[in-house]
Design a protein around this ligand. Structure first.
Ligand code: NAD
Length: 363
């Protein structure tokens, strides 16, 4: 297999603390599983604004386009909060998503059994939870035109357009069906087809495509019910697929089922399988530089990178197993500690070293 290029973008706040942990884990997995990777790094977000005046410098974009996978930490922080919207650190991230045409956002909600007590739901409802939300990321109401605020009859009127074309629905649905085939072979498509024409089309297109995936059981659910079911009985789901706005909301609901932001990875994929991998959390300025950040969301993002962009499923399994083993042995960063007598409180660095040792031990 030819060399695969990885771009590392630590970003701001705790990004430069957690990303190096992810990189070490990726290098160890590459050694163990014979992956041929080359690494480059770049600037994005506030640090890029400080050094170049731009949240997404052209050089970073060029490197990102050449990479098979990008590992990003987080962007933003109080230092840049007063900047106009168009120049804020978040623009760097949004720019990457749109320039790389990352239309499929994958957000797993996986609850490692040792952490079941951290969920706001009863342990039996969430223990062993493993669901995947597939969100369309480049269309829908967040991007639809026309949009704006205008004055009509002496008052302001705001408007947005909720629009999806068939090809946009089809490509995200195919991603979701294919993921379901590799998991529990159940796909739930979430819409609001009782009210919105655009989601009636969504339902029709998803239903038509289902014929190509006879081994996947397809169901449909209205978004209000899906929100309710996610907190009532989340384990009924395997893969959920939905549009941009509903996915934004439902993936945050599902995230909280697992208890901590510090444990949540994500992937955003382009049509050719290349992608951007990042923890769901932000730059956590309140704990930045204190060796307190949980690096596991980044480590689990690296596992997703192996599985979805590097065609290295075994490496992904091994990374996840290493995380599970470290948690099982009681190691906790502050955000996932519950004060149990068998817990050992560790910092970012030590958590990373524990995962590495586990990963290397498994080889
Ligand atoms: P945040 O996710 O940074 O932090 C929320 C809370 O969770 C904080 O108390 C923080 O300490 C804690 N936390 C987050 N990640 C953690 C980790 N890995 N380990 C331990 N604790 C962790 O959200 P926020 O405070 O709303 O935002 C801070 C900055 O991050 C803002 O500038 C915001 O715009 C930016 N942000 C960036 C992204 C991104 O880069 N994708 C996402 C969300 C927010």
């Amino acid at each position: 297999m030819s060399k695969q290029q990885i771009l590392i973008l630590p970003g701001d706040g705790i990004g430069p603390e957690v990303v190096p942990v992810g990189v070490e884990v990726l290098k160890a997995a590459a050694t163990r599983f014979g992956l041929d990777l080359s690494f480059d790094s770049g600037l994005v977000g506030g640090v890029a604004i400080d050094e170049t005046g731009q949240p997404l410098p052209e050089e970073t974009l060029t490197k990102a386009r050449a990479a098979r996978a990008v590992l990003l930490g987080s962007v933003g922080g109080p230092k840049w909060d007063e900047l106009p919207t168009a120049n804020r650190p978040e623009r760097g991230l949004l720019g990457l998503r749109s320039e790389l045409e990352l239309f499929a956002n994958l957000r797993p909600a996986l609850l490692f059994p040792p952490l079941a007590a951290a969920s706001s739901l009863k342990t039996e409802l969430v223990a062993g939870l493993d669901i995947l939300i597939v969100r369309e990321l480049t269309g829908g109401i967040y991007f639809g035109e026309p949009r704006g605020v205008e004055v009509v009859n002496n008052e302001r009127r705001g408007f947005n357009t909720y629009v999806y074309s068939e090809h946009e629905i089809e490509r995200i649905a195919r991603v979701a069906f294919e993921l379901a085939q590799k998991r529990g072979r159940r796909l739930c498509s979430v819409d609001k087809a009782n009210v919105l024409e655009v989601t009636q089309l969504w339902r029709e297109v998803v239903t038509a495509i289902a014929k190509d995936y006879p081994d996947v059981e397809l169901s449909h659910m209205y978004v209000d019910n899906a929100g309710m079911q996610l907190v009532r009985a989340p384990k009924q789901f395997d893969v959920l697929v939905t549009g941009n706005m509903f996915g934004d909301i439902l993936s945050d609901v599902a995230a909280m089922l697992t208890g901590s932001l510090g444990m949540l990875p994500s992937a955003s994929l382009a049509a050719d399988g290349s992608g951007l991998f990042e923890p769901v959390h932000g730059s956590a300025p309140d704990i930045a530089g204190e060796d307190k950040a949980n690096p596991l969301a980044t480590v689990l993002s690296v596992a997703m990178m192996c599985r979805y962009s590097l065609d290295a499923g075994e490496a992904a399994d091994a990374i996840e197993a290493a995380v599970d083993a470290v948690l099982g042995a009681g190691y906790r960063t502050g955000d996932i500690a519950s004060g149990g007598a068998d817990e050992v409180l560790v910092g970012t660095q030590e958590m990373g070293e524990r995962v590495l040792a586990q990963l290397e031990q498994g080889s």
